[in-house]
Ligand binder design. Structure first.
Ligand SMILES: NC(=O)c1ccc[n+]([C@@H]2O[C@H](COP(=O)([O-])OP(=O)(O)OC[C@H]3O[C@@H](n4cnc5c(N)ncnc54)[C@H](OP(=O)(O)O)[C@@H]3O)[C@@H](O)[C@H]2O)c1
Length: 304
């Protein structure tokens, strides 16, 4: 699937392009599953044009799972037939993962353990690496109180599990329909919206040691409930840096992704999947991601 210029979902069309060449240090993946992230439709709308160049026609998509189809010269890390996954972002928005084949630098690729099915492996990379980077940035430790905004989202659900595993007391904001699911992973849920600050003070009168903002637009509330000396990181609000916080941007990282896949294989990390769409229905999948109706990750079945 490609688009020729920035625009809405109706820009997406099925195209026939040459199979990409596989250069030195690269792995070519025959894609089985990809997954949709909000950044895919934000990039397509032109929202990241100030940050990244685009080479049209663009194949969108940055998450992938599949099978190694070929390796470039001097790429001993992988062999044809290996099951792999990657956060396949490139420096220029161009040849993404909503395609039959994608090439990725070997250091961004991870082997997928047998226990992890392709749809889970394809849904994990971007959200998992983001959750991990946020947690590492906040340096969450045992016994600390942590607030996760957008706890039910793709990134939030994983960030909550990682914070709980680190021994933190985790409070997560989500719409009420998703509260039970957060309780199941050891998180205290709080509804977002009007009156949020008061509800957060009720559950954490002492304030929070760390805040993970995974939605944006919550900076004032976050600062009001942060303890003196507390840490804050945001994936969605650069203004956090004016208040001593960190604006986090996830990087491709095959080694860390392999660690996350091992956690999934061991049953210690759960990826929630909402729906699988065939590649030709990518526009519908983007729509479901944008309107927030999905309850978990949206997977694209490239073979379907
Ligand atoms: N900087 C980076 O490197 C980076 C990396 C990954 C993602 N991001 C950004 O992070 C955001 C989340 O990504 P995602 O993949 O987790 O998206 P997602 O799976 O679509 O989840 C977003 C969730 O936000 C929740 N939400 C909506 N309004 C909210 C509010 N006011 N307060 C709290 N929660 C609210 C919704 O859950 P409810 O139904 O519970 O309301 C929704 O499920 C996106 O903006 C994305 O672009 C940035």
């Amino acid at each position: 699937m490609t688009y020729d210029r920035y625009g809405d979902d109706d820009q997406l069309r099925k195209s026939d392009l040459p199979v990409p060449k596989v250069g030195p240090g690269e792995v070519r993946i025959r894609v089985t599953r990809a997954s949709v992230n909000p950044v895919d439709w934000k990039v397509m709308s032109g929202g990241l044009d100030q940050l990244m160049d685009a080479d049209f026609p663009v194949i969108p998509g940055w998450d992938v799972a599949g099978v190694v189809d070929a390796v470039g010269p001097d790429t001993p890390e992988f062999t044809e037939g290996d099951r792999v996954a990657a956060y396949a972002r490139k420096q220029v928005v161009s040849a993404g993962t909503f395609a039959e084949y994608v090439t990725v630098m070997a250091e961004d690729v991870a082997a997928v353990p047998d226990e992890v099915p392709d749809d889970v492996a394809g849904a994990l990379p971007l959200t998992g690496l983001t959750a991990l980077r946020v947690l590492e940035t906040l340096a969450v430790t045992k016994g600390e109180s942590v607030l996760v905004h957008a706890a039910s989202g793709g990134v939030g659900y994983l960030a909550c599990q990682l914070a709980v595993a680190a021994g933190a007391h985790v409070v997560g904001t989500a719409s009420p329909a998703k509260h039970e699911r957060l309780r199941e992973i050891g998180v205290t849920p709080v509804a977002h919206g009007d009156g949020l600050q008061e509800r957060l003070r009720d559950v954490a009168p002492e304030g929070f040691d760390a805040v993970a903002d995974l939605v944006g637009g919550v900076l004032d509330t976050s600062l009001a409930v942060l303890r003196d000396g507390g840490r804050i990181a945001s994936v969605a609000d650069p203004a956090v840096e004016e208040h001593g916080g960190r604006w986090v941007w996830v990087r491709p990282d095959g080694e860390r992704l392999a660690g996350l896949l091992e956690e999934v294989a061991g049953g210690r990390l759960h990826v929630r999947i909402d729906t699988s769409y065939p590649l030709k229905r990518l526009a519908d999948a983007f729509g479901a991601s944008r309107d927030g109706s999905a309850d978990g990750k949206i997977v694209i079945d490239v073979a379907d």
